[in-house]
Design a protein around this ligand. Structure first.
Ligand code: ADP
Ligand code: MG
Length: 691
């Protein structure tokens, strides 16, 4: 892109565009409405809509859409033209305030988890003025929340906004106790996005990639990621061109893509943006994923966002870097310079530690999917056990608080809350623990469990709500205290003592950790259905209600929608496995053994004995028979599924997936024995090492 600063955000109706195009009064009225989180009145909306339309048309837009995030993993849009015909056969471009603030939508095709019947299926979308409108594909996209007419929420955006409000409310109360008058605390997120790029020609030949996003079969390539030569390695020219175009498109939309690099696995890459408010970060991450897919196609590539496209090499995640900051720009997770700021930092840190220890199930289930099950607990991503890493220095500080002894840090500072300063906590401690799911990285937490394809809203709803709930209890207690400093010290010490068990610095991939975590009573939910069953646990429902994020019904509906999605995903994978076995793999195996058999027979007819070849034909033939039996077992496993969502999810997990895996193991063995020209699809070596 030429002239980056000038073009940055040129397709966004951002503050600058509003400033330029709205009258002073309208601009200030709109800002005030947004700051106070009040609904927009119609007069104001008309003025904003008109300016927005003029701006959009000047950028080539012809349509507008209410852009929202239903419970399916994607974003939804229904395009309407600005066009309105008038009497004499001409047309004008119109867009009213009413159309801006509210859209009607037939909600019946979006999952609601039984929240409403089809006859009352209308839903509406409402403008979320905290996220700017933008232009994509000549369409003005208006970020909106999506609700049913009876008020139940049907999307991921509304609860995210509610959870951000909850944190803000409680954090402001806590800050008040430290003598700070803060109106708004915002949660910020930087979502690092991992993805694979492969050649479209290979993709087209793999029904599994097309239908499920991952390879259901495939023996390892002779070379994998063992040399680590891909990580930060030089980037293929085609990929470089893709990244340049992606940056351009993202920048135009005001998405601050900052770093692009190769990742560990061959063909794997990462994009990291600069952090921003969670609401914007969520919208922007959704757009980023969409653009990645689209731009890849222009370069003859396919972008895979599945969590585990290839067995045996790393999968793709999305690191959710999370922090809290005030409207005055103070990062509440930045260890302070004065004793007072240290105490405040420690209190917020304690709230996060307690939240993770009390709601590990919510964090775990916020990243639960069929795809991510292949990753969590594999030898790469964080394990399914949710623990925290705070760095050695900070852990030593915590230890000294718990033990009630002075802390002698590297700077020989004696640590006493409220009296002395914390030692400087190194921001970029390079030896930081990569195996921890929830790591403190200097002034933010990095939650590493989300899968590459996830909408980050869910994870952030959980973190925000849980932290808000802990802050609420802290504020309740401290507001009553007569001696604040004394009460603060006691509270921090008590809570750290109680929740220290969630801190872990060792190797999160090790077998010992699984045992140690069990001893500490930390849950280990290895599969999505197991985790999702906990959505509706009483403590969770009550917490969501206390923070006004979800009603009990909304929690249950979300559980059911996610479980159903899990079961459907595995079902499609199983069907695709069967299709490939029946139509591609088994016929190829039969052909291979027949060709050898014919060759052996021909040789025998002229007196050449070929015992090794004969043996090979027999092995392939026998393994093919086993494979056919496996296929039949997989078909059987799909019969008679339980009708309740949890039971169904468990059956897919414990009956269908193992049957699929058994078939795959055999098919992969056969792949290694078959001539390359008979194997009916591109191999891992072909796909991962394209030029
Ligand atoms: P890494 O070493 O993991 O690549 P970086 O320090 O480059 O980490 O940051 C990773 C991500 O964290 C970036 O997206 C960055 O914008 C984000 N980040 C930095 N500070 C904050 C913060 N205060 N809140 C949320 N995210 C942040
Ligand atoms: Mg990171």
């Amino acid at each position: 892109m030429k002239n980056v600063p000038e073009n940055y955000g040129c397709m966004v109706f951002n503050d600058q565009a509003m400033h330029e195009r709205l009258s002073r009064e309208v601009y200030h009225a709109l800002r005030k409405t947004v700051m106070d989180a009040r609904p927009l009145n119609l007069e104001l909306a008309d003025a904003v809509a008109d300016a927005m339309k003029e701006w959009a048309i000047s950028k080539g837009a012809t349509h507008y859409t209410h852009w929202f995030q239903p419970m399916t993993g994607i974003t939804a849009e229904k395009h309407d033209a600005f066009l309105t015909p008038i009497e004499d056969g001409r047309a004008i471009m119109e867009f009213s305030g009413k159309e801006l603030i509210r859209g009607e939508s037939d909600a019946s095709s979006f999952p609601s988890g039984g929240l409403r019947a089809t006859f009352e299926a209308r839903g509406y979308t409402a403008w979320d003025p905290t996220s700017y409108a933008f232009i994509k594909d000549e369409t003005l996209c208006i970020p909106t929340a999506f609700c049913s007419y009876t008020g139940e929420i049907l999307d991921k955006k509304t609860p995210l906004l509610r959870s951000m409000d909850a944190v803000s409310r409680q954090a402001c109360r806590v800050l008040k106790l430290f003598g700070k008058d803060v109106k708004r605390v915002t949660t910020s997120v930087g979502a690092e996005q991992e993805y694979f790029l492969i050649d479209v020609e290979d993709y087209k030949k793999r029904p599994d990639l097309i239908l499920t996003g991952r390879t259901l079969f495939g023996a390892p390539a002779p070379k994998g990621q063992e040399l680590n030569d891909h990580y930060f390695g030089s980037i293929r020219p085609r990929v470089k061109a893709f990244m340049a175009e992606l940056d351009d498109e993202l920048w135009k939309l005001g998405i601050s893509a900052k770093t692009e690099h190769n990742e560990v696995a061959p063909c794997q890459h990462e994009m990291a943006p600069v952090f921003e408010s969670t609401n914007l970060a969520t919208d922007h991450n959704q757009i980023t994923m969409e653009l990645m897919r689209r731009i890849a196609a222009r370069h003859g590539l396919v972008c895979l966002l599945h969590e585990k496209p290839f067995a045996g090499i790393n999968g793709s995640g999305k690191h959710n870097n999370w922090s809290l900051s005030t409207d005055k720009g103070e990062n509440l997770l930045d260890p302070g310079r004065t004793p007072r700021d240290n105490a405040q930092f420690l209190l917020f840190l304690t709230a996060v530690i307690k939240a993770v220890d009390e709601y590990p199930d919510l964090l775990r289930l916020s990243v639960a999917s069929a795809g991510n099950d292949h990753r969590l607990g594999g030898n790469e991503a964080p394990p399914a056990i949710i623990s925290m890493y705070v760095g050695e220095e900070l852990e030593a500080v915590i230890r000294s608080i718990i033990d009630g002894v002075p802390y002698l840090g590297t700077g020989q500072t004696i640590m006493d809350i409220g009296v002395s300063t914390l030692p400087p906590i190194p921001k970029d401690n390079s030896d930081r623990n990569r195996t921890s799911p929830f790591a403190f990285t200097g002034n933010k937490f990095e939650f590493r469990s989300p899968g590459a394809s996830f909408n980050i809203a869910c994870t952030n709803i959980m973190i925000n709500s849980a932290v808000a709930d802990e802050l609420m209890a802290f504020a309740d207690e401290l507001e009553k205290a007569e001696d604040f400093d004394d009460a603060l010290k006691k509270l921090i010490r008590r809570e750290l003592t109680q929740h220290e068990r969630v801190l872990f610095h060792g190797n999160g991939y090790s077998e010992e950790w699984v045992k140690e975590a069990a001893r500490r009573g930390l849950p280990n939910m290895v599969s999505a259905p197991e985790a999702l069953a906990h959505y509706t646990d009483q403590k969770n429902v009550e917490m969501f209600r206390r923070q006004s994020v979800f009603t009990q019904e909304e929690v249950r509906s979300r559980r059911d929608i996610t479980l159903e999605e899990y079961s459907k995903t595995v079902h499609i994978e199983a069907n695709t496995s069967l299709y490939m076995l029946e139509r591609m793999i088994i016929p190829a195996c039969i052909r291979a053994s027949r060709e050898i058999a014919e060759s052996v027979a021909a040789k025998a007819s002229i007196g050449i004995e070929a015992p090794a070849e004969k043996e090979r034909a027999r092995t392939i033939s026998e393994k093919t028979a086993e494979l056919i039996a496996c296929k039949e077992r997989l078909e059987k496993a799909l019969e008679g599924m339980p009708t309740d969502q949890i039971g169904e999810g468990m059956a897919y997990r414990h009956l269908v997936i193992p049957a699929m895996e058994a078939a795959r193991t055999l098919a992969d063995q056969l792949e290694m024995m078959l001539p390359r020209n008979i194997w009916p699809m591109p191999t891992y070596a072909d796909i991962l090492f394209y030029v």
